[in-house]
Design a protein around this ligand. Structure first.
Ligand code: UD1
Length: 340
């Protein structure tokens, strides 16, 4: 079975994708520098799949290490590139570190990919490229807006770099997946999200509040032009998202196109408000969640949810897991990591 490199394979989305790739029979090698992950994730993956992925710990900013890795692994058929920094707020504080970390490794990987005979490449992009779209649900043809943070900017640049590489080097075929809001954990609770410090994202903040790590949730604004006034997002179960990577990779591996670059929205197609997420959490956990409404968070858009028709029809992929399962799995995972 084809050998696949997963960068950032011990991170949140990366680890779930490694599981799904192994489940499909792929041989997985991980590169991860552990800057925002833990070696224990390797155990979690192996417990689920019964297979230990090859693991290489190094920083992809080290070009010579990237070159050495590829010299020894010329038989790689696919690269799924997750390794990147993702905290929007930090990216505003340290723009250069974000550009260095999110752009340089991508270039080094693509330089090596271009030297291989034939390789399929999946790039982790984000719905953040759309900003506040004028038309909802958002299709892939919606205009790309000026990024509201260096993080968002690195995703836009990353897509461009990947597209241009495919145009010039037709042995590299690529898909950029624009994720909406990934949440949840594997149902086994062997792997999940491990936020470092105070979580910036909604669902980890909710579960940490319910377990007593955070005092209460601050809901950022209830005066948006949405049904209940709180922001609307498209929350997708991380396992569905992981499966989208496998499907996209298989699509490229089977592609007969002479050159191939494409982008796909990966979401559920359903918008949910912050208050709906809180209510779902309360139903799932049988707990009352303490929260207060505070001012809007700068940079938040009112509403973003995907039109997933393109992924449904061209890739044959559809999100199948309900919101309830996603939140239940996030809660199970939170209880597990606190009680460890
Ligand atoms: C953010 C990033 C997105 C990235 C995603 C990763 C932007 C603008 N957003 O999405 O690019 O891919 O994280 O998961 O670049 N909320 C609260 N209280 C909280 C936390 C969040 O009310 O303590 C609200 C927010 O206002 C928002 C919703 O919950 O409406 C979701 O927030 P969050 O989980 O941070 O995701 P996004 O900002 O949508």
């Amino acid at each position: 079975m084809a050998k696949i490199l997963v960068t950032g394979g011990l991170g949140f989305i990366g680890s779930h994708s490694v599981v799904e790739l192994q489940n499909e029979g792929f041989e997985v090698s991980i590169i991860d520098d552990l800057s925002n992950s833990s070696l224990s994730v390797l155990d979690g993956i192996s417990k689920i799949t019964g297979k230990v992925p090859n693991f290489h710990q190094f920083d992809l900013k080290d070009k010579s290490k990237v070159q050495t890795f590829f010299k020894a692994n010329q038989d790689i058929k696919g690269i799924v590139h997750f390794a990147a920094s993702k905290a929007v707020g930090d990216s505003v504080k340290q723009p250069l570190a974000y550009y260095e970390n999110n752009v340089n490794p991508l270039i080094y990987l693509l330089q090596e990919a271009a030297r291989l005979e034939q390789v399929s490449f999946i790039f982790s992009s984000s719905c953040t490229v759309y900003g506040q779209a004028d038309i909802l649900p958002i299709t892939e043809t919606a205009p790309i807006q000026t990024a509201s943070s260096p993080y968002g900017s690195t995703k836009q640049i990353g897509e461009t770099i990947t597209r241009d590489t495919c145009e010039r080097h037709t042995n590299v075929k690529a898909i950029a997946l624009r994720y909406f809001n990934p949440i949840g954990a594997h149902k086994s609770a062997y792997i999940g999200e491990l936020p470092i410090g105070t979580p910036q994202n909604l669902v980890p903040f909710i579960t940490q509040t319910a377990i007593g790590i955070q005092k209460e949730l601050a809901v950022f604004g209830n005066d948006y032009p949405t049904a209940d006034g709180t922001c609307v997002r498209d929350y997708i179960h991380v396992v569905d998202l992981a499966k989208a990577h496998v499907t996209a990779l298989q699509h490229l591996l089977n592609s007969k196109q002479s050159s191939h670059y494409d982008v796909f929205n990966i979401g559920t197609g359903q918008g949910r408000s912050v208050l709906e997420i809180i209510t779902t959490f309360e139903n799932v956990s049988n707990k009352t969640l303490p929260y207060t409404i505070v001012n809007r968070r700068s940079g938040d858009v009112a509403s973003a949810y995907a039109d997933t028709t393109k992924a449904n029809t061209k890739l044959g992929w559809t999100a199948t897991l309900p919101l309830h399962d996603a939140i239940q799995s996030a809660w199970k995972w939170q209880q597990k990591i606190v009680n460890k």
